[in-house]
Ligand binder design. Structure first.
Ligand SMILES: Nc1ncnc2c1ncn2[C@@H]1O[C@H](COP(=O)(O)OP(=O)(O)O)[C@@H](O)[C@H]1O
Ligand SMILES: [Mg+2]
Length: 342
């Protein structure tokens, strides 16, 4: 029996969806024969006694999640997210460089330095990449510092604001789409796929509009209804960062696919698993054995061992753990997610 630690903090527990998700994760781990302990930042000293650590709090190289990830790594304990993935994904320049190195399809992208910013440079960027342009401050998350600009004047204004936080900013070709594909990847395998439907008031999956926050809808999509190219691009993009758990955002426009971002610590509480009931099982299996596929194998073994025995685990359709899906094939699960809680 192995001991899994789930690293949480106050923010994780301030959202009922997050609490439900971490409890679901605990229940799945226990049903797989593991013991589970929730680890809070003050409990960091318990990490060396764990067999695996799953971080479910907002990751950042500047907060306790990174210390927890490093500590697990130092003690040779498998950890999601690993420190390297946290570092790469926290910085869009670093993340895009990893994608570029592997020639992953993404919007045309330029990195602009503070001292290069002037009217002539801004005009040249519009000429080169078209209009509108998307500007990103490299440490942005939850769409917070991602803005669309349509004029040299706007570009200069937004860029100057972002340059207060960073010496570099990202300037990107604008890719029009109604939704972002989100491909969940663990250990190089497909974990789930869904669509994040962009709210009509904005171009981002989450935005503040007239003083109130609007969020995307999440639609879980069964794997056989996802274009295979979307899945393979998601896996390639995840592999360009590492072997852990990632949520890859992909846009489709005029028949072409573009990776917009690879996220470490992707949302797992927005209904992403509606068509993927073994989502947590695969993550735990990957943490414990290094192979996400081990989960399906262990389930079928358990079914053989216990089927028909009173009180034992069986693959009945009402089993929360084993149900192929709570939904029928074409039905999509829709849920408003509050990304700001994470
Ligand atoms: N090049 C782009 N073209 C069009 N929309 C974009 C582009 N880049 C980002 N977006 C939209 O903005 C959202 C936030 O951008 P992203 O790069 O994921 O930053 P963050 O890390 O803050 O979430 C994306 O989910 C996407 O919907
Ligand atoms: Mg994003």
């Amino acid at each position: 029996m192995s001991k899994l630690g789930i690293f949480v903090n106050r923010q994780t527990l301030s959202s009922s969806e997050q609490i439900t998700a971490v409890i679901k994760c605990r229940d799945v781990a226990e049903s797989m024969g593991h013991t589970v302990e929730f680890i809070f930042p003050v409990d960091m000293k318990k990490i060396p006694k764990l067999d695996a650590l799953f971080i479910r709090a907002n990751t950042d190289p500047m907060n306790s999640t990174y210390v927890a990830a490093r500590m697990a790594q130092m003690y040779g304990i498998p950890v999601i997210d690993d420190p390297e993935s946290i570092k790469i994904c926290a910085d869009k320049i670093n993340m895009y460089m990893h994608l570029m190195k592997k020639k992953i399809s993404m919007p045309q992208t330029r990195f602009l330095r503070k001292k290069e910013l002037d009217e002539a440079q801004a005009a040249a960027l519009f000429l080169e990449l078209g209009s509108p342009l998307v500007l990103k401050e490299p440490s942005t998350s939850f769409s917070a510092r991602v803005e669309k600009v349509e004029s040299v004047e706007d570009l200069l204004k937004v860029a100057r604001r972002f340059f207060k936080l960073s010496d570099w900013i990202v300037v990107q070709e604008y890719i029009e789409s109604r939704f972002d594909w989100r491909v969940g990847v663990v250990g190089g395998q497909l974990l789930y796929a869904c669509r994040y439907i962009i709210p009509s008031e904005t171009f981002k999956i989450q935005a503040s509009v007239n003083g109130h926050v609007v969020y995307c809808d999440v639609e879980s999509v069964p794997a056989d209804q996802v274009p295979p190219e979307v899945i393979s691009l998601g896996l390639e993009a995840g592999n360009a960062i590492g072997k852990g758990l990632y949520g890859v955002d992909i846009k489709e426009s005029n028949g072409k696919l573009y990776v917009i971002e690879v996220n470490d610590n992707p949302s797992l509480e927005g209904g992403e698993d509606a068509h993927y009931p073994d989502m947590f099982g695969k993550i735990i299996s990957y943490l414990m054995t290094g192979d996400a596929r081990g989960y399906a194998e262990s389930l079928s073994q358990k079914a053989l061992d216990y089927d028909g025995l009173e009180g034992g685990l069986s693959l009945r359709s009402d089993s929360a753990l084993c149900s192929p899906s709570a939904l029928t094939e074409n039905e999509s699960y829709s849920y408003k997610i509050d990304f700001s809680e994470r």
